[in-house]
Write a protein that binds this ligand. Structure first.
Ligand code: GDP
Ligand code: IMO
Ligand code: MG
Length: 431
């Protein structure tokens, strides 16, 4: 096995990354998160328990493996504290085996307000963010105004006060803009209380080891240790390649693992690309194969497609092979992982979008804009009408499902090596 493997989502998020990272963790020594923050919601189920992780890597449930929050992540100390305390209460104390990069950026309480104010100022064109302050925190990082975990150890109060003051002025000016457009201003009430709790989070964070993660990771690799990098969000939410501007504010593609951890590109081996047997999206933005009819509602109901972070309804549609070919290309995916096929068990036929017609011209390549003028061209395959969740091995799969897998592998020119047929850790079949 190569020393650094990456697992990431190929659609618009919620593909099931958390579940599979947990399943694969026994193969590795270290599990890391390299981008995103508490906008992520990774659900894991085993032994009749369900856990939702936001900032903490999904490798923490498998023995004493080292888990690292990398420099590319944005961390909210308050949300982190809540998540870690919940885990400690359920018997998973992490203080000795979860390490945090000193270079990870901090999400301040005012970043959350700025997120709201930005959305309000956009009016109808809002992104539909998770409201966790992700965009403003990455904006501060890129504009060289951010605060990092390492700053907590050095003159933090003064640095925090300056950042807060700057944010308040920005929120006031965004509020003025929103009011001018007939929108609503974001109120400051509650900020003092939030700030108090957030500072408790900062104190709590100090229980964990802050590390120079790029050195620690590369030294561990030198010692022959192996690493699994866990992506958050999905490749179609990547700030460069996703459906801009309806994206998140980080590089969710494989290259993000290099910048978000300090790992050289030539160290990366396997790239696991994970996708659902259909497709979902939360928030605003284009979604060519979205279903607005009963079929979409049926997928949502059977697949429990509601956001783990915000509880919002996930928009549902058929699988989009044009988008998948694009994200497989961008990430250099070497192995595919298909999730949630069991959700389609009762569908008489299954559709897959194999090409788009863009203003009447057929293409298999993902275009600059998927906003308008796109007509998905579908292939319709027979359903399997069988309970996949009971299958224990590939031999149990019905013929129609085997044909569906073979069809996808041909269209995507990449092998599907893992299939998930239910939310539980045990409902995973490696081929
Ligand atoms: P992530 O953000 O990529 O980790 O994915 P989420 O956890 O947000 O969403 C995936 C959801 O599907 C979770 O509720 C999982 O418990 C559930 N899930 C994962 N794999 C399967 C599967 O194969 N079948 C079914 N029915 N549910 C699954
Ligand atoms: P996981 O890791 C699905 C979406 C939001 C919004 C856009 C920008 O669970 O797959 P942000 O708060 O990041 O500025 O929001 O991105 N989004 C996600 N959608 N799963 C996620 O994470 C997401 N994280 C962000 O809904 O459309
Ligand atoms: Mg999720």
């Amino acid at each position: 096995m190569s020393k650094v493997d990456v697992l990431l989502g190929l659609q618009w998020g919620d593909e099931g990354k958390g579940k599979v990272v947990d399943v694969l963790t026994p193969r590795y020594d270290i599990v890391t998160r390299f981008q995103g923050g508490p906008n992520a919601g990774h659900t894991l189920e085993f032994d009749g328990q369900k856990y939702v992780l936001r900032s903490i890597p999904s490798g923490i449930f498998q023995g004493g493996k080292v888990n690292i929050i990398g420099n590319g992540v944005v961390l909210d100390p308050l949300l982190f504290m809540k998540e870690a305390i919940e885990l400690a209460q359920s018997g998973h104390d992490l203080t000795q085996r979860l390490f945090i990069s000193k270079k990870a950026h901090l999400i301040l309480p005012t970043h959350r307000l700025l997120d709201k104010a930005n959305e309000a100022a956009k009016g109808k064109a809002k992104i539909g963010t998770t409201g966790k302050g992700i965009g403003p925190t990455y904006t501060d990082k890129i504009s060289r105004n951010g605060l990092r975990v390492g700053d907590i150890l050095d003159n933090f109060d003064a640095k925090y006060a300056a950042a807060k003051q700057r944010h308040i002025e920005m929120i006031e000016s965004l509020n003025a803009l929103a009011l001018k457009k007939g929108g609503e201003a974001v109120p400051f009430d509650g900020l003092d209380e939030l700030e108090k709790e957030w500072m408790q989070g900062v104190e709590y964070l100090k229980k964990f080891k802050f590390i120079d993660s790029e050195h620690v990771i590369n030294n561990m690799l030198k010692e022959g240790k192996s690493l699994l990098c866990e992506g958050a969000q999905g490749s179609l939410l990547d700030v460069d390649f996703g459906s801009y501007p309806f994206v998140t504010s980080s590089n969710t593609v494989c290259a993000g693992a290099c910048t978000g951890l300090g790992i050289a590109p030539n160290k990366i081996g396997e790239v696991f690309g994970i996708f659902k047997a259909y497709c979902t999206r939360v928030g605003s933005g284009p979604f060519p194969t979205e279903l607005f009819d009963e079929t979409g509602a049926k997928i949502r109901a059977i697949g429990h497609e509601y956001g783990a972070v915000t509880g919002r309804e996930r928009r549902c549609g058929w699988i989009d092979l044009v988008a998948l070919r694009y994200t497989i290309m961008l990430n250099g995916v070497t192995q595919l992982i298909m999730m949630k096929s069991d959700v389609l068990d009762t569908f008489p036929t299954i559709k897959a979008c194999s090409s788009y017609k863009v203003n009447g011209v057929e293409t298999r390549e993902f275009p600059f804009s998927i906003d308008e003028g796109i007509e998905p061209q579908y292939v319709e395959l027979p359903g399997w009408n069988c309970d996949l969740s009971k299958c224990k091995s590939e031999a149990d799969f019905p013929k129609e499902f085997k044909d569906y897998i073979a069809f996808l592998e041909k269209e995507l020119e990449t092998p599907i090596t893992i299939l998930s047929v239910g939310p539980d850790r045990d409902q995973t079949i490696c081929r």
